[in-house]
Design a protein around this ligand. Structure first.
Ligand SMILES: Cc1cc2nc3c(=O)[nH]c(=O)nc-3n(C[C@H](O)[C@H](O)[C@H](O)COP(=O)(O)OP(=O)(O)OC[C@H]3O[C@@H](n4cnc5c(N)ncnc54)[C@H](O)[C@@H]3O)c2cc1C
Length: 388
């Protein structure tokens, strides 16, 4: 399949739509978001208005019209949204990403009543969702979570602590993973639940608009209908669905961030002159431009292939999302560093966005599975495939 050539007019339209929305409504605020470590409400309102919260969800859940008839087109359009957001502001891409992660877990594993209740709230953006797996002592090994959910009559009592939660300080609803007697469970935790306290985490290296926080749960009582999926499904099914969606979205977001770096580099090298020549004419500069252009193109093709697999619900969808995230998140680190290098001192100083891009790019290899964990996963996928 020639993935590059298969761009329909509807797909091109979706790309143009999200690029226009992100450049007009998000990009002008990127530096402010980084400085103030918060996304202005006006930005979130514009994204709600444009339909960004609904993107990627099934039509029956409140997703975009036509998604059912053209699931591949819908997956590609969703990727285009995350690429456009990543280019405009990695922070905003992450905020939408955790919403889509938590929401996709709910859309996949929710009961009919849960979907009917939460679908319209999540797709309109009236309720902002996040996903809470990590704990102070539990990171890559999510199955070892210590937050405890005990059955209490018809409901649950939950105690423990979650760490490093994107939108912990701003989300209205958390898909929370906890340990129970029946194995890991996923529970829907509203922000206003009595016994939940939220401690913001300031001074993050990058993606400062993520509104990071710790969640401290002390005997939080949740009703029986807070359970998402079956007891025991918390990590293997519910969190896995959210993480697969997150890897797919983040891979596209990394392509967007890398493209922002590349565009900045292209305009700088064609303007800046040294030794009597535009630095764009030096072959060592051209080498960096050639590498970043090629790597971004390769990552975008991997993202497109992963989106096609996702839309087709292909057996390879999880593997492709994992590989795309692995490649794109390491690629954006190299591109951000090289783009900064091409700017010389200007890339380190406060007047160009290069230092922000560089800090934001560092985050990508840690979230949605570290690079090392993804390498383990890709090796396992490869072993499962066996010889051709
Ligand atoms: C900006 C940011 C946003 C985040 N948002 C969220 C969120 O919204 N929700 C949430 O639940 N979590 C979130 N996290 C947490 C994130 O998912 C974890 O940081 C990540 O899973 C790694 O866990 P850890 O930090 O505890 O590192 P550890 O798991 O302790 O790993 C430390 C190091 O050991 C390596 N390592 C661990 N196990 C293996 C292995 N088997 N083989 C090889 N190497 C290994 C890792 O790759 C890493 O280099 C966020 C983190 C950050 C930084």
């Amino acid at each position: 399949m020639n993935i590059a050539a298969e761009v329909t007019s509807a797909q091109a339209e979706a790309r143009a739509h999200w690029q226009a929305v992100a450049q007009a409504e998000v990009a002008p605020f990127a530096r402010q978001i980084d400085r103030e470590a918060a996304v202005p409400e006006a930005v979130m309102a514009a994204l709600r208005e444009a339909g960004a919260f609904a993107s990627g969800f099934p039509e029956a859940f409140g997703g975009p019209a036509g998604a059912q008839g053209d699931p591949v087109g819908a997956a590609l359009a969703h990727g285009a949204l995350h690429e456009a957001l990543g280019r405009a502001s990695a922070s905003v891409q992450g905020v939408l990403n955790v919403h889509h992660m938590g929401g996709s877990a709910l859309a996949r594993w929710g009961s009919a009543a849960q979907k009917a209740h939460w679908g319209p709230l999540l797709t309109s953006g009236a309720t902002r969702c996040a996903i809470a797996i990590t704990e102070p002592e539990v990171g890559s090994d999510a199955t070892a979570v210590r937050t405890r959910a005990e059955v209490d009559g018809d409901g649950w009592v939950v105690s423990g602590e979650k760490a490093w939660i994107t939108c912990g300080a701003s989300a209205d609803l958390f898909v929370l993973i906890a340990a129970s007697a029946a194995g890991p469970v996923a529970l829907l935790l509203p922000r206003e639940a009595p016994g939940l306290s939220i401690a913001p985490i300031p001074d993050m290296l990058g993606c400062r608009g993520y509104a990071m926080a710790r969640l401290i749960l002390e005997d939080v009582r949740l009703p029986g209908e807070a359970l998402l999926g079956k007891p025991g499904f918390g990590v293997s099914h519910v969190a896995a669905t959210g993480l697969e969606s997150g890897r797919h979205n983040l891979a596209w977001g990394c392509v967007g961030l890398a493209e922002a770096c590349r565009q900045a580099a292209l305009s700088h090298v064609q303007r800046r002159a040294q030794f009597g020549e535009k630095i764009a004419e030096f072959q060592l500069v051209q080498q960096l431009i050639a590498r970043m252009s090629t790597e971004i193109h390769a990552a975008r093709l991997m993202c497109r292939s992963a989106a096609v697999a996702r839309g087709q619900r292909a057996m390879t969808a999880a593997k492709e999302a994992t590989m795309a995230k692995y490649f794109a998140s390491t690629m954006v680190g190299r591109v951000a560093k090289d783009a900064q290098q091409l700017h010389g001192a200007a890339g380190i100083g406060p007047k160009t966005p290069l230092e922000m891009y560089f800090r934001d790019a560092r985050i990508m290899e840690v979230i949605e599975g570290t690079t090392q964990i993804l390498e383990v996963m890709i090796a396992r996928f490869s072993y499962q495939e066996g010889p051709a």
